[in-house]
Design a protein. Sequence first.
Length: 237
Amino acid sequence: MRARKTVVMVPTYDEAQNIEALIRELLALRIEGLEVLVVDDRSPDGTAEIVSRLAALESRVKLLRREGPKGRGLAGRDGYLKALELGAERVVEMDADFSHQPKHIPALLAGLERGDLIIGSRLIVGGSDRDRPLARRWLTVAANAYARLLLGLPVEDTNSGFRAFSRKALETVSPQTLRSAGPAILHETLYRARRAGLRLLEVPIEFVDRKKGESKLDLRRLAAGYLTVLKIAIIGD
Ligand SMILES: Nc1nc2c(ncn2[C@@H]2O[C@H](COP(=O)(O)OP(=O)(O)OP(=O)(O)O)[C@@H](O)[C@H]2O)c(=O)[nH]1
Ligand SMILES: [Mg+2]
């Protein structure tokens, strides 16, 4: 019998200092049918070249090089579509900067026995976010309250980009029609999943601050994200 395929999708922009170590940790997890899909937006620091070298040595590593406009949301949409095309039965998405630790993936996947979209959560009992400066943590709490209230999401950590989807859940959110160019894709998918009656479930994770490379979240992207959430709340998805 062929193993169920699990694709771990990692969007990257300038993650040359993290990506090889992350891929090695992911491949070392004992998860049946695991593949790693890196979705890169022409990172100037050579992230894609590192992944391409690894992919030539290891068939479980895949690289999607994006052309056209860049963005965490656009990369996420293309990554979801590619994961489905690869035949994934389960799709995990995570950041490349080790804020999302591979050791939590088994718990996310185990959650798929009980739910359709499993969220790695800093904000439920057992989860934590102790490593980042207080101001960043407050921002996360405020952004979460905003998205939760506006979109009526029954989820504490709506901003978490560490999640697992069943194939059915991912097909249900229709990735090809997702509209967010930036990180608000996280809210857009939750909103659609919720409206479609999918079971959303949170499992606790320990979130750690990035140690290498630079954050891409700046004020402009943050503001654009808030605006997108507002748009979804007003006009739907
Ligand atoms: N393909 C692609 N990936 C992106 C883009 N922007 C961010 N990413 C990736 O998305 C993930 C999250 O980005 P981060 O910069 O860590 O943002 P963040 O976690 O909200 O901010 P920090 O907590 O400061 O790290 C990382 O893996 C990034 O490399 C983009 O425009 N295109
Ligand atoms: Mg990060």
